[in-house]
Design a binder for this molecule. Structure first.
Ligand code: SAH
Length: 345
């Protein structure tokens, strides 16, 4: 296990090279006719996904589904396929950055950090995208590796949109999306050689169950990539965060439908307890710093502002909390973490 502190750049050296335009992989899949699942069917699946939970978890999941149902269209309009932070050069000004490129770079840097192979037989062939949003990562990974990808989300609207976008890009035979719970995944054991969770872990009310599900569905020798929001590690003399830190996180939690947070070290311990190997973690907070200022600026444009007002209260409340994310990062309380590991052969 290696927890790589932010100050130790050795693992990140290759990442600090000037960003290069990523070659767009060929996408030559045939384009079969697609029957996009209906909203009613997705709604039934959501109801099924939340029916067996405690009232607290069920209401959290309903809130998450509604938040993303309401806000995904606005996000896609302004930011495109990816609902995750961008990866930027440290100290770069948000105003100069190419944000969509930075979001793709986040995917590439994550794959590189985890050591996912680009070579023929060793490339991932079967991928699960846990908390898939509108499927940006799934489509990217399907094109990059020629892999088949299955995405799960709590939002019926996201699953439907993800499927439509896949069909329009000729990927309908490679990627599929469904409404399902990451804590109870609809997959047999050992199915996937890459398990990808990009910024969904923060929504999970039971981190142990979440990590166990990731470990269950990954194939022997397969890789898990978990990129998620964490709170800072506690010092040996601390038992919990300070009251003012908890108060800040509470406000963020209620706007974004997040349960209690954990630290990167907590995740590493969970992975160790499941006997996963090559566990690596890093704090990428400094590489994502320009992201929230850019999101706030995009909400303040005329188009952003009008679309925000139209998207409903949950989205507006999320927007109002954005400055708190910046404050949390600046205080060193919020950490943007990557944690990767491999299941023994
Ligand atoms: N990974 C995507 C989207 C991140 S947004 C991207 O990078 O673009 C967070 C996603 O996590 C949403 O799609 C939300 O529906 C999903 N999510 C949150 N809790 C979940 C759960 N319990 N099960 C499945 N998906 C969940």
């Amino acid at each position: 296990m290696a927890v790589i502190p932010a100050s130790c750049k050795c693992h990140l050296l290759p990442l600090l090279q000037p960003p290069q335009r990523l070659p767009s992989p060929p996408h030559v899949w045939p384009r079969p006719a697609v029957t996009a699942p209906t909203s009613r069917r997705f709604a039934r699946l959501t109801a099924a996904a939340i029916s067996t939970m405690s009232p607290e978890d069920a209401s959290l999941k309903k809130g998450i589904a509604e938040l993303y149902d309401q806000s995904s269209g606005l996000w896609e309009d302004i930011w495109g396929d990816h609902m995750h932070h961008g990866f930027y050069e440290p100290d770069s000004a948000a105003s100069d950055a190419d944000h969509r490129f930075a979001q793709i770079r986040m995917i590439e840097e994550s794959l590189r950090f985890a050591g996912v192979s680009e070579e023929g037989e060793k490339r991932p062939k079967r991928v699960v995208d846990v908390g898939c949003g509108i499927g940006g990562s799934s489509r990217y990974l399907a094109k990059k590796y020629g892999a088949s990808c299955q995405g799960i989300t709590l939002s019926p609207l996201q699953a439907q949109r993800a499927q439509t976008l896949a069909a329009s890009q000729g990927l309908a035979d490679k990627v599929s999306f469904q409404v399902a719970d990451a804590l109870d995944q609809p997959f047999p054991d050992g199915q996937f050689d890459l398990v990808w969770s990009m910024e969904s872990g923060e929504h999970m009310p039971d981190k142990k169950k979440f990590v166990s599900e990731l470990a269950r569905v990954v194939a022997p020798g397969g890789t898990i990539i978990l990129v998620t929001w964490c709170h800072r590690d506690l010092s040996p003399s601390e038992e919990s965060l300070k009251p003012e830190e908890k108060a800040l996180l509470d406000k963020i939690c209620s706007a974004y439908y997040l349960p209690d947070w954990c630290s990167t070290t907590d995740y590493v311990k969970l992975l160790e307890s499941l006997s996963l190997q090559d566990i690596k973690a890093a704090d990428w907070s400094e590489y994502v710093a320009p992201f929230w200022p850019a999101v706030i600026r995009s909400a303040l444009t005329f188009k952003g502002f009008i679309s925000l007002l139209r998207s409903g209260w949950k989205t507006i409340r999320g927007a109002l909390v954005m400055p708190l994310m910046i404050r949390g990062y600046k205080m060193g309380l919020i950490k943007f973490a990557i944690i990767t590991c491999r299941k023994p052969e």
